[in-house]
Design a protein around this ligand. Structure first.
Ligand code: ADP
Length: 622
């Protein structure tokens, strides 16, 4: 397939292929590097965010613990608690309740309730009086662990739904610290602060940062980023940015949670998020077994890459287009001169040695073109020498047949004695062949004069139809012999034209004699002469053998004869139409034909009515 493409297309396609291939490879690497880079960067960002969040979270819990430890060392609380416990009555609790409400709870907005529980798990004081006496927390894990802590220590619970202090299923957690007897330093109970998860949620969602005066928070900058906490039971314990009511309800089975619960390991990577879409996430495994996760949808992270992809594609298209155009122009620079050379070589091959190429460049093609021109120049010279030789030779060759003609006429006129019929028939044969020889020599002479461009052109007022009539008269014997029908149509308004009657005669002679030659007996020849906008038209047609389609293109070539013509008349020269075409061109006209095998042919010659300019030359044509 490539073989059939021209050089221009091949080079252009080559450039395009190289461009597409290299851009493809470069784009592939650029895209992958960008993706890798982006991935590494987002991993770093998420780990950093998770770390920061972990810090704030631990800080928040530590603050809570500090508060509980602080309360546990309050002298009044310790004394009053000991009194209540030792007297085993809660009647004394009301003062302590009031103290907790007024002097302690007011210190911290996040605390919505404080309880003091004795070692048996009975509430001995509370910021809500009605809680006193309750034993609901006796088996609470946080209470049990706080009971065993040393002075100055505190423990935090898991997140739970609280119904204490008049709350209705409020997500909360509790921080507890042991209460020691002021004198004996023995444990007498536990003080427990109840805290809502609101601040926790504020921290993880970035709201806290804003509340504290920051202008932005990293969490709120992106559409799908969120940070949340999951407990050891793999349940979400802080709010979800996307799911309503997820706290303590939504189970999270994502890889980082498994990693933390099972191996206490942090994690960063891409995995299916709880909302179905893949997420890029980083996790921190907290000391109490909770997992802190920071996640963002994968498609948000790589959104920029889609734009990059589009940009790469547009760039690739633009570069490919540009490179193709460049290739096209470069290829044109190579292919156009070659095309021109090929065309001129064809014309030279057809015998037109006047063709030259215009040498523009100094490169290999330029050198080829100038060598080509030199070659054409030499060929022209060789052709001229050849034509001169033919001209000279034919000129010389004309003398002997003229003598033969004269002497055969003498003999046939019985000027040298009587001859019998056999002798006469032999002499007639000699005369016929001699006539053919003279015609052939004249044709050759004409051809050489045409090719040398040295024949003279006369110009005199000429009656075209008269020239035609004279030619028909010359052909009369042939017309009569074949019983041909000649149909003539001459334009009555035809003016006299300043032209060369001899050249016109050659034209008529050749066209009419061909028509007569290439029709069967009783055939018809049509001859029309018409005026036509600035020109006069000669049409010579016949209903004869016609010219085979596949040979029509060569019909004006020197010495060419169609196969059927050779069979019909072996004596033709194949020079007549070549001479006619050259003559018509010299007279500023044109010749064309239409022909169909076994139907006939029609030759059309158009010549300018404005006439010819006289041209001095060696001799005219015959
Ligand atoms: P010639 O007639 O001597 O062969 P020409 O140059 O006059 O040479 O014609 C060239 C060829 O053109 C002829 O050999 C013939 O094949 C074809 N030709 C010309 N005129 C006619 C015609 N009227 N009918 C058919 N063929 C023709």
């Amino acid at each position: 397939m490539l073989k059939n493409l021209n050089i221009k297309t091949k080079i252009t396609l080559g450039f395009l292929a190289v461009a597409v291939f290299s851009i493809g490879v470069i784009s592939y690497f650029v895209y992958n590097a960008a993706k890798e880079n982006l991935r590494a960067q987002i991993f770093d960002d998420l780990v950093l965010t998770a770390n920061t969040m972990e810090g704030s979270l631990l800080n928040f819990i530590e603050r809570g613990k500090g508060r509980a430890i602080d309360f546990s060392s309050d002298g009044y609380i310790r004394d009053a608690s000991r009194d209540v416990i030792s007297k085993k009555t809660t009647a004394l609790s009301s003062g302590l309740n009031e103290h907790l409400r007024r002097n302690k709870m007011s210190l911290d907005k996040t605390i919505y309730g404080i309880m003091i529980i004795d070692l048996d798990g009975r509430v001995i004081a509370s910021t809500l009086d009605s809680e006193v006496g309750g034993t609901g927390l006796a088996s609470d894990a946080n209470f049990l662990s706080a009971k065993k802590l040393e002075k100055g220590e505190a423990s935090a619970s898991d997140i739970f739904f609280s119904n204490y202090f008049g709350e209705n299923k409020t997500p909360s957690f509790a921080i507890a610290s042991p209460l020691m007897d002021k004198i004996t330093q023995e444990r007498i109970g536990v003080i427990m602060n109840f805290i809502k998860t609101d601040e926790l949620n504020d921290i993880l969602s970035g709201r806290q940062q804003i509340k504290l005066g920051a202008r932005t928070s990293p969490i709120q900058k992106r559409k799908t980023i969120e940070t949340y906490l999951v407990n050891k039971e793999k349940t979400m314990i802080t709010e979800s940015r996307f799911l309503q009511d997820a706290i303590l309800k939504k189970t999270i089975n994502a890889e980082p949670v498994k990693k933390c619960v099972e191996k206490q390991e942090d994690f960063v990577g891409i995995y299916p998020g709880y909302r179905g879409a893949p997420v890029v996430g980083a996790s921190m495994c907290l000391p109490n077994g909770w997992t802190l996760l920071t996640e963002i949808n994968e498609n948000e992270v790589f959104e920029g890459l889609e734009k990059l992809k589009l940009n790469i594609l547009l760039l690739a298209l633009a570069v490919s287009f540009g490179v193709s155009i460049l290739g096209y122009f470069l290829a044109s620079g190579i292919s156009n001169p070659i095309k021109e050379l090929a065309l001129i070589a064809k014309k030279i091959g057809e015998g037109d040695f006047s063709q030259r190429t215009v040498v523009k460049s100094k490169d290999e093609i330029g050198r080829l073109a100038s060598s080509f021109n030199e070659m054409a120049e030499k060929l022209k010279e060789i052709d001229r020498v050849k034509s001169e030789f033919v001209s000279l030779a034919s000129h010389q060759l004309r003398t002997p047949p003229s003598a033969i003609k004269w002497f055969t006429e003498m003999l046939l006129g019985e000027k040298a004695g009587k001859m019998d019929e056999r002798q006469k028939s032999y002499l007639l044969e000699i005369a016929r062949n001699n006539k053919r020889m003279i015609e052939l020599i004249n044709q050759l002479l004409n051809v050489s004069r045409v090719e040398l461009g040295v024949f003279a052109i006369e110009s005199e007022p000429t009656d075209i139809s008269e020239v035609a009539e004279e030619t028909i008269k010359e052909l009369a014997p042939q017309i009569a012999k074949k019983e041909l029908n000649v149909v003539k149509e001459y334009d009555k308004n035809m003016p006299l034209v300043n032209t060369d009657p001899a050249l016109l005669r050659i034209t008529f002679q050749n066209l009419l004699s061909n028509a007569a030659k290439y029709v069967p007996e009783k055939g018809t020849i049509w001859l029309a002469i018409k005026k036509e906008a600035g020109n006069f038209l000669i049409r010579v047609a016949d209903n004869g053998y016609g010219i085979p389609k596949n040979q029509q293109s060569k019909i004006f070539t020197k010495l060419f004869r169609a196969d059927n013509a050779v069979e019909i008349d072996p004596d033709g020269t194949g020079l007549g139409l070549y001479i006619v075409q050259s003559v018509v061109k010299e007279m500023g006209g044109a010749i064309r034909f239409e022909s169909e095998e076994n139907k006939g042919s029609a030759f059309y010659v158009t010549l300018p009515l404005k006439g010819l300019k006289k041209r001095e030359g060696v001799k005219g044509l015959r």
